[in-house]
Ligand binder design. Structure first.
Ligand code: DC
Length: 216
């Protein structure tokens, strides 16, 4: 492996990219950054101070204060924080501040797996590997419902689906860095694929790139 190696993973909410990123980072001993947590941290700060989500200068201040070493998934994983994150993620100045931090992280040896919405297109356009992980909105909604039920909760499938569709529209429709596959991304559709199969498919892609490098 070269001194830094970057795997960029993008895709919509609930496609399984987080689990895949973790498995790949463990396997290849790379650092791991869930960039969604950085947008969530900004949203969380605004919520904490009861500030409106369209207060751009407060969002910029919160973005500057984001410490990648202190992102607390337990607090940030709340559904409402994800929704708010998707709203503040439309502001270009906020994105620029967070993207700089994400790039610094990616440049730290031995390299990293980063997952998000714009990693292959904007944050790390020179990534060694780009994966675009997707699944149909129905499958993602079914998975989310199962997840909620597995911890004893209840939810309505139609509402979850509507939520997912709305979030996709916002993340794919924004003007700055919309969610889309990079031209050179490998597409992984996990609609009909267990996460283990997706991991094996991703590993085959990475191993192939590494084998070619070693030969060159
Ligand atoms: O992946 P997630 O659900 O934690 O992301 C929350 C929101 O943050 C997502 O709806 C859009 C935004 N986001 C982004 O705009 N760019 C990223 N690289 C990661 C997340």
């Amino acid at each position: 492996m070269t001194s830094t190696f970057t795997i960029a993973i993008d895709g919509p909410a609930g496609a399984g990219k987080g689990t895949l990123a973790r498995r790949l980072a463990d396997h290849y001993r790379l650092n791991l950054l869930d960039t969604g947590l950085t947008y969530r941290a900004v949203a969380y700060a605004l919520i904490q101070y009861a500030l409106p989500l369209d207060n751009v200068s407060a969002a910029e201040t919160a973005a500057r204060q984001v410490d990648l070493a202190k992102l607390d998934r337990t607090v940030l994983s709340a559904h409402a924080v994800g929704e708010a994150a998707s709203k503040i993620a439309v502001f270009p100045t906020v994105r620029r501040i967070l993207v700089e931090k994400q790039r610094d992280f990616a440049r730290t040896p031995p390299g990293a797996v980063l997952d998000g919405r714009d990693i292959g297109t904007v944050v790390c356009p020179e990534a060694d590997i780009k994966l675009y992980v997707t699944a149909s909105a129905e499958v993602r909604a079914r998975r989310r419902l199962a997840e909620i039920e597995s911890i004893g909760g209840t939810a309505n499938f139609a509402e979850i689906l509507a939520d997912i569709v709305r979030r996709d529209e916002r993340d794919m429709g924004r003007a700055d860095s919309p969610l889309m596959p990079a031209a050179d991304a490998h597409l992984l559709d996990t609609s009909e694929m267990a996460i283990e199969a997706a991991f094996l498919a991703a590993m085959a892609i990475v191993d192939d790139v590494l084998a070619r490098r070693n030969k060159a």
